[in-house]
Write a protein that binds this ligand. Structure first.
Ligand code: ADP
Ligand code: MG
Length: 354
């Protein structure tokens, strides 16, 4: 009896943002305790996770450094890359590793209660896989929450009120566009165009214009350092290294913000279109609310310079980037845990299917 009460008090509740690029874990009362890329290195053709020279597992940061650099016998995999779970076993290994890493560091004994935010476009089968993976990783209770809801909570939006809140969460593999009211999603679109597609657009621009092959990590660095959508004060240029497509030899080239803007036109246009399409489907009362409440941008893609301005121009609405957009969803899952008893009835996702 006494033991049960103790474990109840000390049980470690965690909120997990299972993102296509990054997985974050937030512990109730402690904030974000883990923030690592959603990447796993495995022996090619198997789900067997690679052991690193230090004896640890090649998951997260260590595995990301291997992306594009693996020899034939090893693959570094992003199991959620396109917003779908491409490999269930590897997703499970990753989730287990992260849950155990956070839980193990604390040695509190009791199994954790876990709230996981998942891209809203994933199927019932995929949801079930995430749910059971977390159970097998030792979670006592598992709850799934749709990413836009978690983002709305994390951004401090009044999503429980009978008024529209709109979130555009631009991650790596998916952009989630959602209008919420009364704790639920009124309209939602999950678009498979997001940060990764911007990187790919930069790769193909470099090929087309400079005959230079660059890797995805280099493309991401270009986007983060000098990428923009509209002309801003932060115009810049940088030197890019890769392989010449004609000579086959390594070389470098200089590029400027203006060129990257050109390269990003297509993926950015697709995201803006998705926002416009979602707004068009919106009930008039909710549309009226959005005139006052505006649109909130979350996810790493929200940091692309000038995107807020461009979206404001296209929609005529007020567009704001939420505070710390990369951690917004994770903070939302932890906030959900704080109010767990109050909110769970209205906010769980897809439990009927599980
Ligand atoms: P997910 O939820 O899918 O894991 P995140 O919200 O973590 O994705 O965002 C990751 C994406 O954001 C990546 O494509 C990354 O390149 C992009 N990103 C991160 N910082 C910036 C930045 N400053 N400018 C533009 N894109 C960024
Ligand atoms: Mg995300």
């Amino acid at each position: 009896m006494f033991f049960r009460r103790l474990t109840g008090i000390f049980s470690l509740d965690m909120g997990i943002d299972l993102g296509t690029c990054n997985t974050l874990v937030c512990v109730k009362g402690e904030g974000i305790v883990l923030n690592e890329p959603s990447v796993v290195a495995v022996h090619k053709g198997t789900s067997q996770v690679l052991t690193t020279a230090g004896g640890g597992k090649a998951v997260g940061l260590e595995a990301k450094a291997m992306l594009g650099r693996t020899p034939g016998s090893i693959s570094a995999i992003r199991p959620l890359k396109d917003g779908v779970i491409a490999d269930f076993d590897i997703t499970e290994e990753m989730l287990k590793y992260f849950i155990r890493k956070v839980h193990g560091n604390r040695s509190l004994g009791a199994a954790p209660r876990v709230v996981i935010s998942i891209p809203s476009g994933i199927t019932a089968v995929e949801k079930r896989a995430v749910f059971h993976s977390a159970e097998r990783a030792g979670a006592r209770e598992v709850y799934l929450i749709d990413e836009p809801k978690a983002a709305g909570i994390g951004a401090g939006l009044p999503i429980h009120e009978p008024s529209a809140s709109m979130i555009v969460d631009i991650g790596g593999g998916t952009t989630e566009v959602a209008i919420m009211s009364l704790s639920d999603i009124a309209i939602c679109q999950s678009l498979r165009v997001a940060g990764d597609d911007m990187d790919e657009a930069i790769i193909s621009y470099m090929k087309r214009t400079y005959n230079l092959m660059i890797g995805p990590q280099t493309a991401e660095q270009i986007k983060i350092r000098i990428g923009s959508v509209a002309q801003t004060d932060a115009e810049g240029s940088m030197e890019v290294k890769g392989r010449d497509m004609i000579s086959g030899l390594p070389r470098k080239a200089g590029i400027a913000s203006e060129e990257i803007r050109e390269a990003l036109k297509e993926p950015v246009g697709a995201i803006i279109d998705a926002v416009l399409r979602t707004l068009e489907q919106c009930e008039p009362e909710l549309a009226a609310d959005l005139v006052d409440n505006g649109i909130h941008l979350a996810g790493g893609g929200a940091l692309l310079r000038g995107l807020d301005l461009q979206l404001a121009k296209a929609t005529g609405l007020d567009v704001r980037v939420v505070d710390d957009p990369l951690t917004c969803v994770a903070r939302g899952t932890a906030e959900y845990l704080e109010h767990f008893e109050e909110w769970r009835v209205t906010m769980e996702s897809g439990d009927d299917d599980l």
